[in-house]
Design a protein around this ligand. Structure first.
Ligand SMILES: [Zn+2]
Length: 276
């Protein structure tokens, strides 16, 4: 009895020693995996390929009808103040009457919506402010780019392949400079007449306090300010050059900012290039 207890204890000690010896070997691949995960923000999928600081390619996938489409992910960060470093206060030169601004960049020529589609909103998203942000664009052209809210709840942003639903939602992206991101799916290459947009999903980081910066107590991230920018991505615009920092489509925004609620000459010129 006593002898067998010693054998069991001895066997246990050997097992423990073996485990301790194995542990560092196991720890090596684990450390590598977590380092790799840290190289991209959590909401950026592993397969995404960085094009610029604020734009990733999501590659090609089939949409819900089996058509091969391509996806892009736009990342919109906070910067105080939201203008290029060392820029004096007065903003970019205003466009003279009759002069067309070049302060815009299209994702691809003629890559636009060809049918008006509805969208669905998630918990906490303000319906009226969302519609106002969409109308900032709709009101400038005769074609209704964005339709009305439809029933149903978003089931998450589609970074792998589109699911046929345009979705607006909050998601907690954690304590990061990223205020919001938008994913836009479509056909961006080949004959321009075949190019088209097929889906957009906009996600707002609920780690920020969103509200109406004109009425809420500061500091607040103005929902309409950010949403109007996101919906510019949803209709086919990317970020213009950093010299165009007065535009709604400029890549940075800030707390309490509201100037992106309304469009500037460059935003309107880009919109007209696609929809007029
Ligand atoms: Zn953006």
């Amino acid at each position: 009895m006593f002898k067998s207890a010693i054998v069991i204890i001895f066997a246990f000690v050997i097992l423990l020693t073996a485990l301790i010896a194995i542990t560092p070997v196991l720890a090596v691949p684990n450390e590598n995996a977590s380092d790799k995960a840290k190289s991209k923000a959590g909401f950026i999928p592993e397969h995404a390929v960085k094009i610029t600081e604020s734009l990733y390619s999501l590659g090609k996938a089939k949409d819900h009808t089996g058509k091969v489409v391509e996806g892009f992910l736009f990342i919109d960060n906070k910067k105080s103040p939201a203008k290029p470093d060392g820029t004096p206060g007065n903003g970019n030169k205003k466009t003279k009457t009759g002069e067309t601004s070049t302060c815009y960049t299209l994702l691809a020529k003629d890559a636009r919506w060809k049918a008006t589609e509805p969208y669905m909103i998630g918990a906490g998203i303000d319906v009226a402010l969302t519609q106002a942000s969409l109308n900032a664009w709709n009101d400038q052209v005769s074609f209704d780019i964005f339709g009305l809210q439809q029933a149903g709840s978003p089931d998450g942003a589609d970074s792998g392949s589109p699911d046929g639903k345009n979705e607006v939602m909050f998601d907690n992206l954690g304590e990061t400079n990223t205020i919001a991101y938008t994913i836009t799916w479509g056909i961006f290459s080949g004959p321009p007449s075949q190019r088209v947009l097929v889906e957009w999903d906009a996600v707002f980081n609920s780690d920020y306090t969103f509200g109406d910066a004109n009425t809420a107590t500061s500091p607040v991230m103005d929902y309409q300010n950010i949403a109007t920018h996101e919906f510019g991505h949803a209709l086919g615009l990317t970020h213009p050059s950093d010299a165009c920092f007065e535009e709604t489509m400029y890549r940075y925004a800030d707390i309490d900012e509201t100037n992106k609620r309304t469009l500037e000459a460059g935003d309107i010129a880009g919109l007209n290039k696609l929809y007029s």
